[in-house]
Design a protein around this ligand. Structure first.
Ligand SMILES: [Zn+2]
Ligand SMILES: [Zn+2]
Length: 557
C-alpha cells in the first residue's frame, strides 16, 4: 500500500534526446527517501559528433551513484550496446544486482573473460515472462520481437499503478528467431490498466509497418543461391536471427560459413550455447577461407558500420590476413548505417565497387529491416495498452517530439515531453516534470573515463582546426634577450600567400615584440608571455585567417 507522501516517478538519465546510452530510473516513495530501479545501462557512440579521440560515451549516472544505497536492482531489457554497454564501466559505481536473460548474461560473461580487469558483475539470470518483486516494485519481463534474441519490455507494477516500459521492439509475425510481441499479453496489461507507457520512438517518423525478418531471410537466401562466386555478408554481430538465416541459406546452397571478427565470434558462441543455432553445421574459422572453392563459401563479417579496424574495412583495403575478395564476388550489407557512420560505410562500398565486387545494400535489395516500430506498429501498441500517460523515449529530439504529437493524436490524455535529468511524477495526481537531477555524458578517452565538460576534448577539437604554435624565449635576469627564440609549429600550412614561411613570420613577430618592450617590462615574464602570444595569434590570423593555439614559454637564464 502507498502512504500519503509516496510518489511514483520516472527519471531518465540517458536515451531521451539521443539514440543511445539508455538508462531510465523509476522511483517510489516520499521525495527524501525513494527506492529506485534502473532499467538499462547503455552506451552511446562518439563518432556522430565532432569528438576527436572519443568513440564511446556513457550516461552520467552521478545521481544514482550517490543514491546507490536505495538502488534495488538494474534491469536489462536486451543485450544491445545502447542498453547494456555501460555496465562494465559503471557497475562498480552502482553495485546493485543486475537482472538479465541468459543471452545477455552470456555475452557479458564472455566479454568479461576477454577483458582483463573487467568487474565481476552480480548477474541474476531471468527468464522471459518471469516476475521479480523488489521493495515496492513488481517487475515482469514481457517478451517482444526485436533485432537481437531475448528482448523484453518491462511491466512495472507499483502501489500507484502499472508502468509499461517497452524497451526496443517491433511487431513481426514471423521474426525468424526469438519472441513475438504478443497482442494478447499487451492487451491483458491494458485491461489491468496501464498508468504510463514509456515507448520506443526510433522509427516514429516512418509510416506503416516494417517488413518481417522472414522476408529478409528469403531475400538473402536468393542472393546467396544465385551468387556466381564468393559471398560476404556483413551485419550487426548481435543479430542472431540474421546470422541464422545466412547460415541456413548457405547450407541450402551447399556453402560453408566462415565467421570473421571477434564480436561475431563471441555472439556465435553464446548463441550456440543458448540453442539459437541448433541444427546448423559448425562455423569455420577464417584460416579455412583460403582453402574453400570460391562458390562454396559465405563469409559473415563484422564491420557493417564502417569501423576502420573491423573485418569489412580491412578486407575492402585488402589488408585482412585471411580474407580476400575479388572481381565478381558479392558483398551484402545486411544492415543500415547508424547516423554518423554513413561516410565510413560509403567509402568501403565505393572501394569494393572499384574492385569489381558487386555490392548489395538495403537501398537495392530487401536485405535489412529495422528492429523498431513504425507508426502503424506504435498505433497498435497504444490501442492494446491504452495508457493514461505517454512518455516518448529512445529517440533524438525530433523523434520524441513527433512521437508526442502522434500519441496525442491517438487520444492519450497526458503526454509528457521528458528529457534526460527530468524527474516526472507519474502518480499521484496529474503527470508532470517536478524536478531535475544531474544528467549528462561521460567520455571514454583511451582507458580513462572523463567528464564531458573537461577541457581535453574541446582543446583537441581546436587543435584539429587551427594547430599549435610554441615559442620559447630565454631572458636574462635584467631583461636582456639571450639567444634567438625557438619556434615550433604543428598543423600550420608551410607558407603564407606571399611565400614567406610561417616559422619565419612567427620568429620575426616574436623579435619585434621583444624589441618593443622596455627592459623593465621584459623582467616580468607574464607580461612578455601575454604580449608575445597576442602578437603571434594576430599575425598568423592576418596571414592565414585562423588563430592557432599558442604556447609561450619564458625561461630566465
Ligand atoms: Zn535494441
Ligand atoms: Zn536501443
Amino acid at each position: 500500500m502507498a502512504s500519503a507522501n509516496d510518489e511514483l516517478v520516472f527519471a531518465p538519465l540517458g536515451g531521451l534526446g539521443e539514440i543511445g546510452m539508455n538508462a531510465a530510473l523509476y522511483g517510489f516513495g516520499p521525495e527524501q527517501n525513494r527506492q529506485w530501479i534502473l532499467v538499462d545501462c547503455g552506451m552511446g557512440f562518439g563518432g556522430e559528433e565532432h569528438l576527436p579521440g572519443i568513440d564511446v560515451v556513457y550516461p552520467d549516472l552521478r545521481f544514482i551513484e550517490e543514491e546507490r544505497h536505495n538502488l534495488l536492482g538494474i534491469f536489462i531489457t536486451h543485450a544491445h550496446e545502447d542498453h547494456i554497454g555501460a555496465l562494465v564501466e559503471m557497475w562498480p559505481r552502482l553495485r546493485a544486482p543486475v537482472y538479465a536473460t541468459r543471452f545477455a548474461t552470456g555475452l557479458l560473461e564472455t566479454r568479461r573473460l576477454s577483458e582483463p580487469g573487467a568487474p565481476k558483475i552480480d548477474l541474476k539470470e531471468i527468464k522471459p515472462g518471469q516476475r521479480i518483486k523488489l521493495g515496492p516494485f513488481d517487475i515482469e519481463y514481457v517478451p517482444v520481437a526485436h533485432s537481437i534474441p531475448e528482448s523484453n519490455a518491462v511491466a512495472i507494477r507499483t502501489p500507484h499503478g502499472l508502468v509499461v516500459h517497452t524497451g526496443d521492439w517491433k511487431l513481426d509475425p514471423t521474426p525468424y528467431l526469438g519472441s513475438l510481441t504478443s497482442e494478447e499479453t499487451f492487451r491483458a496489461l491494458g485491461d489491468e490498466g496501464v498508468l504510463a507507457l514509456i515507448c520506443d520512438s526510433t522509427n516514429v517518423v516512418r509510416e506503416g509497418t516494417s517488413p518481417s525478418e522472414a522476408d529478409v531471410a528469403s531475400h538473402l537466401a536468393e542472393l546467396i543461391k544465385t551468387a556466381p562466386h564468393r559471398v560476404a555478408v556483413t551485419t550487426f554481430a548481435s543479430n542472431v536471427a540474421r546470422i541464422r538465416s545466412v547460415a541456413e541459406a548457405a547450407r541450402e546452397a551447399g556453402r560453408e560459413v566462415v565467421v570473421v571478427g571477434r564480436a561475431m565470434d563471441r555472439v556465435a558462441d553464446v548463441a550456440r550455447e543458448c540453442g539459437f543455432l541448433e541444427g546448423l553445421p559448425d562455423f569455420r574459422t577464417p584460416d579455412n577461407y583460403g582453402y574453400l572453392p570460391r562458390d562454396k563459401v559465405v563469409a559473415i563479417l563484422t564491420g557493417s558500420q564502417g569501423e576502420p579496424r573491423a573485418a569489412m574495412a580491412r578486407i575492402a583495403q585488402d589488408e585482412h590476413p585471411d580474407i580476400a575478395l575479388s572481381k565478381g564476388d558479392r558483398v551484402i550489407f545486411s544492415s543500415r548505417a547508424i547516423p554518423g557512420n554513413e561516410k565510413a560505410v560509403g567509402a568501403i562500398i565505393n572501394s569494393l565497387i572499384e574492385q569489381g565486387i558487386e555490392v548489395i545494400t538495403d537501398r537495392n535489395g530487401l536485405v535489412h529491416v529495422s528492429g523498431h516500430p513504425r507508426r502503424g506498429e506504435l498505433a497498435q501498441m497504444y490501442q492494446w495498452t491504452r495508457p493514461r500517460i505517454a512518455i516518448p523515449a529512445h529517440g533524438e529530439a525530433l523523434h520524441l517530439e513527433e512521437h508526442a504529437r502522434f500519441a496525442r493524436g491517438l487520444g492519450v490524455s497526458e503526454v509528457i515531453r521528458a528529457r534526460n535529468g527530468n524527474v516526472v511524477r507519474l502518480a499521484p495526481g496529474p503527470a508532470e516534470v517536478i524536478d531535475t537531477v544531474p544528467a549528462g555524458r561521460l567520455y571514454r578517452d583511451g582507458n580513462l573515463v572523463i567528464q564531458a565538460n573537461e577541457r581535453a576534448v574541446p582543446e583537441r577539437r581546436k587543435l584539429s582546426f587551427a594547430g599549435l604554435v610554441s615559442a620559447a624565449i630565454a631572458l636574462e635576469e635584467d631583461g636582456e634577450i639571450a639567444g634567438d627564440p625557438i619556434i615550433e609549429t604543428m598543423g600550420l600550412p608551410s607558407k603564407t600567400r606571399s611565400g614567406e614561411s610561417f616559422d619565419e613570420l612567427i620568429a620575426d613577430t616574436v623579435s619585434e615584440v621583444l624589441d618593443g618592450l622596455s627592459k623593465a617590462k621584459r623582467r616580468d615574464s607574464d607580461t612578455v608571455e601575454n604580449a608575445v602570444k597576442r602578437a603571434i595569434r594576430a599575425k598568423v590570423n592576418e596571414a592565414w585567417g585562423k588563430k592557432p593555439a599558442c604556447h609561450v614559454l619564458v625561461v630566465e637564464v
